[in-house]
Ligand binder design. Sequence first.
Ligand code: PRX
Length: 647
Amino acid sequence: MSEKVYDVPSQWAQKAYVDDAHYQSMYAASVKDPDAFWGEHGKRIDWFTPYTKVKNTSYDPGHVSIKWFEDGVTNVAYNCVDRHLEERGDQVAIIWEGDSPDESRKITYRELSSAVNTFANVLRNRGVEKGDRVTIYLPMIPEAAFAMLACARLGAVHSIVFGGFSPDSLAGRIADCGSKCVITADEGLRGGRKVPLKANVDAAAAQIEDGVDHVIVVRRTGGKVDMTPGRDVYYDEAAAMVTDECPAEPVNAEDPLFILYTSGSTGKPKGVLHTTGGYLVYASMTHQYIFDYHPGDVYWCTADVGWVTGHSYIVYGPLANGATTLMFEGIPNYPSVSRFWDVIDKHQVSIFYTAPTAIRSLMQAGEEPVKKTSRASLRLLGSVGEPINPEAWEWYYRVVGDERCPIVDTWWQTETGGILITPLPGATKLKPGSATRPFFGVMPEVVDAEGKVLTGACEGNLVIADSWPGQMRTVYGDHERFEQTYFSTYPGKYFTGDGCRRDEDGFYWITGRVDDVINVSGHRMGTAEVESALVAHPKVSEAAVVGFPHDIKGQGIYAYVTLMDGVEPTEELRKELVAWVRREIGPIASPDLIQFAPGLPKTRSGKIMRRILRKIAEDQFESLGDTSTLADPGVVDDLINNRQNKR
Ligand code: PRX
């Protein structure tokens, strides 16, 4: 734990939207009377029909139901585009920085409007209507934002699949939500390397029983791809056939906006469903206050739109606020490890939001690649995705921000839609490694294993006692799983899956997942998913996967694998298994370490004791706990003796 505290600089307290006194009073009002608070702040977006009801939510076991602004009618694309045209039609909405430093584009709100309307007409021509699901499998190009907003304009529901997922993973996600239309690109481009997106879509579609009806292909690299006549169309060719006027469909506040698949501790990924009104109010309000966004700022979030951070804080929050948002196609170390800082100087970025894993990997290159850039435009830094270790925080603060820029360490989840625990830069003193305090309307509690609410300084599991507008509404197609996953561990409360500590100041320190979810470079991975990929290999009889501490990635993937009788544990097979998992799930799930284990530690009833496997992967041989209840305690020694070394 770091003892350091950074007070709010006085010019921040004066200029930011809220100072500490303001935070205290607004927070108190928000939890005392959520109806009044959100009733007022819900007006920050435009409504075609204003709501008369604000909060209608229940966490009661068996009856979990979450509705906000339920009788309001609006449209997300209207709010992110049309309503800005009069005042800032010629302001840049999206700055796009390509993979190569020689490529960039600026898109004004007026141009964005034309692009979104055109895209919506292309979809509409292919039969996409309100409520239909559309899968988006695109690289970080402006068309990704156009496609999202085009869906929103029609009232269609997008499901974005990150470009790093395999055809198998893509197929599962297309089939689960029944998308008939997929939007992709010929190829993606990252760090100079091509990603065969269209070929992956073809492979995925081939696995789906009824296939898909339409594949819209954006030309990114111009690479040659197979086009299936009648199903596939190049976006530019389809766009040339339509106008750039398409009315924004009136959408109910509780109509779905998007589905985003995320990993849990069991089973296949869940389709997290977010709806329209509450989500947009929450994304836009958090974006404004947490990043202290003012007109004229250039705001850059380095996430990919394939993750929730890209949804809420590249596209929806910033654009709802009429902001200038930067979209980056590339990676932090291409063509050099100065890339982030070069882009900040090139586009005069003032607010920069990235992940601890990126900071840690850039830290390794030393200060020089940062120091040779100016970064004078920066005024605020942000962090998201995993706990930031105090060393990385200090480096980010001192080297990147020149001790001038506050850091907002924002804790949230795919499920929460927006940031829940975070400093506000004009209000909250900073403690490196702490996400600090709840945002308005958020009621965190720390509970022990039995669900007893702990008070004062304490450590336990993090739950949220009541709903906020950005909360997910259900698991697509499986409301029971939604209740089971989030509301059954501590009945009546939303269980986050995270552990946390609260200190004497009431500040929250997230300690990481307490379930079988691991966080690899800020990407969420279910150990069960990696296990089922491994056991699908014909030579594998059993597998158990745990996380282990990794200097750059935060956590790495450690797999214990038991082979079929008679199969030789070779180095070659190890490589084959890594390649197999990459193919099954995607490169982001590649195991870092594979240990061949003739036996796994099991209880007499056959349950794998993961606690022991976790400790071995963490090198904590001394604290394995009681192993006497194992069916065969002898396996533990073998596991320790053959522990794989960290790379
Ligand atoms: O464990 C927490 C960690 O990331 C998880 C959520 O992952 P995902 O749904 O992929 O969303 C990531 C981006 C919002 C959380 O349960 N996490 C996220 N932000 C932080 C964090 N852990 C500590 N500090 C954070 N700032």
